[in-house]
Write a protein that binds this ligand. Structure first.
Ligand code: EPU
Length: 429
């Protein structure tokens, strides 16, 4: 059992380089098997979700070779066609559902354990299934597995997404890449990771146009080939550190980013009174005075990202005045509020809306990382609050933030990870 211990209340100064994007990496790693060839993927973040994605492939006979810390060669030439269900691994993260789209594209059938991931209430996969079925697959969900079979091959089709879904857009795109004919996905998600996955597949020989817009057109090709491809920077990691800079004061440069991807966040930070200096691949955040209240609604890209909801809530606690934070993507994203209340936050949640009273400062307390971004929010809160904050259940944070401790120590944070024997932890609870 590991915990994070923070002594907060210090301004942070320096530069934090952002790693590759988790949500692009997990899709591209699994999509690499569609090439039946060797792919070299660069700028991979060193996080547990990437390790799980690689393990999901390794247990199916794919050869994985780390060329350096952030570059992996994935050789799926001799992948075993035996389809394994009941994946305990698949349950460990959300993106394992991409294996269904990728296997379907390669073998015309797929059996994958149902995905896990953060708990935001109901996380249906009906749009993934609808897309696979439109392409000609028979899909059943039984015994904890998604089982998809396209006995007569996959055929291009028109797929209208009833909700804007990142996962369903990418999954249907994967399944359609080698289908016969043209597939059109309407009401597609616009997220940069959708575009990155399409760019990767096109580099492998796919014919995908329109990624990043409402309508994605995929003309089926017979074969893909291996490539070397670098993952884009993680906009949520970037956003987390920009929020952290505004929360703690000092002068924090967040580098190796695509500033355009965090436009919705920087607009809100400016509205709150933070000062942002933008360069081609970096943004520096400082703060001259108190932060002001602001109203935010999370939405699919290019709206304000739901994956910055908890971190931004911390900043709203530190601002002057009362802000409204509305969750527009997930049914239940506010579980972390109870943890923030332990640190002195005054927040009232009603359904998908949180009314956040600016309390000026938070106070240190023992808290839990209830999910990945909630965990990141506890780190932001702990670094902003005076005193000693202890964060439990940090495996959630390790799913998505590469070297978080090292990166934060390098800008002056007093933060460390400690191992606590499980039995001592149990007694303490
Ligand atoms: N939805 C459906 N049916 C579906 C799929 C989704 O109704 O078949 C609904 C969901 O219930 C939700 C909305 O559509 O209300 C959006 O869900 P989406 O499918 O876009 O989410 P996801 O693909 O499962 C990805 C990210 C999440 C991020 C969301 C929204 C990955 C691996 N995960 O999830 O990232 O919150 O998009 O942007 O890409 C994170 O990184 O911390 C994280 C949770």
């Amino acid at each position: 059992m590991e915990k994070i211990i923070i002594h907060g209340g210090r301004p942070l100064n320096g530069e934090i380089p952002v790693s590759g994007m988790k949500n692009a990496a997990v899709a591209i790693i699994l999509a690499a098997i569609m090439t039946e060839d060797k792919c070299v993927i660069e700028n991979l973040p060193c996080i547990s979700d990437v390790e799980i994605s690689l393990e999901l492939l390794a247990e199916r006979g794919v050869k994985i070779k780390y060329l350096n810390k952030t570059t992996v060669e994935i050789d799926s030439t001799f992948m075993r066609p035996d389809l394994k269900g009941h994946d305990d691994l698949a349950r460990k993260m959300r993106a394992s559902y991409y294996l269904a789209g990728a296997l379907l594209a390669r073998y015309g059938r797929a059996k994958v354990g149902l995905p896990g991931g953060c708990d935001f209430g109901v996380r249906p996969i009906d749009q993934h299934i609808k897309g696979f079925e439109a392409l000609g697959a028979k899909v059943s969900v039984e015994g904890g597995n998604i089982d998809a079979v396209a006995e007569n091959g996959l055929h291009g089709a028109s797929v209208y997404m009833d909700v804007v879904s990142v996962g369903a857009t990418i999954n249907v795109m994967l399944a359609a890449v080698k289908a016969e004919g043209t597939t059109v996905i309407e009401n597609a998600a616009h997220e940069p990771h959708v575009v990155d996955t399409a760019n990767f597949l096109n580099a492998c020989g796919a014919d995908i146009s329109g990624a990043g817009t409402d309508t994605i057109r995929i003309r089926g090709v017979r074969q893909l080939h291996g490539v070397t491809y670098a993952i884009i920077p993680d906009m949520i990691e970037a956003g987390t550190y920009l929020i952290l800079g505004a929360a703690t004061g000092g002068r924090l440069k967040v580098s190796n980013i695509i500033p355009k991807h965090v436009d919705s966040l920087t607009a809100k930070l400016k509205e709150m009174g933070a000062v942002l200096e933008e360069e081609d691949e970096a943004i520096t955040v400082t703060r001259n005075g108190p932060l002001h209240k602001v109203n935010i609604k999370t939405q699919p890209y290019p709206g304000f990202p739901t994956d910055l909801n908890p971190q931004m809530c911390v900043l709203l606690c530190l601002a002057e005045g009362t802000s409204n934070l509305t969750e527009g993507v997930w049914e239940n994203r506010f579980r972390y509020v109870e943890e923030l209340k332990r640190m002195g936050a005054v927040i009232k949640v009603e359904g998908r809306n949180a009314v956040v009273e600016g309390v000026g400062a938070l106070s240190a307390a023992p808290v839990r990382a209830l999910d990945l971004r909630a965990g990141a929010a506890m780190v932001v809160a702990g670094l902003a609050a005076q005193g000693r904050t202890e964060i439990d259940e940090i495996h959630h944070i390790q799913r998505g933030y590469e070297d978080i401790i090292t990166k934060l120590v390098s800008v002056g944070a007093d933060i460390r990870m400690v191992s606590v024997p499980d039995n001592i932890f149990d007694k303490a609870n």
